[in-house]
Structure formats: C-alpha cells, structure tokens
Design a protein around this ligand. Structure first.
Ligand SMILES: [Zn+2]
Length: 103
C-alpha cells in the first residue's frame, strides 16, 4: 500500500521515502514504577482512527517530524517538525516560536 506524507520541509512524498518512528508516547513526568515504565516502553494504543506518530524522511531532508494519520485510510491530516522519538509531543504548530530572521 502506498500513500503520500507531507514532509514539513519537502512537501508531499511517497511513504516509501520515510521511516516509521512509532506512536508518540508521553514520557512519565515523575519516576515511574516498574509497571508504568514497562507500559511506557512496550504498550501502544494502536487505535483505529487518528493516531499521532513519528516519521523520519530518510530519503529526503532527514527530518524527524510528527504526523496525525488516520490508520483506517492512511490519510495524513497534518504534520509538524520538532524533536524525535522519545522527545514526546511538541507544542501545537500555532504556538511555535517563529524562527529568527536570517542575518
Ligand atoms: Zn523532507
């Protein structure tokens, strides 16, 4: 199955240019017990619907970015750059600090 993913840098590209980085998991804020840490490491929601995921543009700009994908249709609803797997969710794109102008 093939579908398009809009890279924040390069625009829409075939999914085969990307590597899947997994669902976005929220890292425990305090020291977790063994059960909580095991859940964080190994359990995923695997929803049938909108899922938040990490993707890596391996045959392009080599950017890690987050995507909202409908797992039923593989439609990518939106993407935003920032962080990488393990970094957790970033702020919504609307709240992002604008880049400083080039000197
Ligand atoms: Zn790219």
């Amino acid at each position: 199955m093939s579908f398009l993913i809009p890279c924040p840098n390069c625009g829409s590209r075939d999914v085969n240019e990307f590597a899947y980085g997994g669902e976005i998991a929220v890292r425990p804020e305090t020291r977790p017990n063994v059960r909580e840490f095991g859940s964080y490491l190994y359990f995923r929601r695997n929803v049938a619907g909108i899922q938040h995921e990490w993707w890596f543009h391996r045959l392009g700009c080599e950017l890690w970015f987050q995507a909202e994908r409908d797992t039923r249709s593989n439609e990518v609803l939106r993407t935003k750059s920032g962080g990488g797997p393990g970094a957790g969710p970033t702020e919504p794109a609307d709240a992002a600090i604008p880049p400083e102008p080039a000197v």
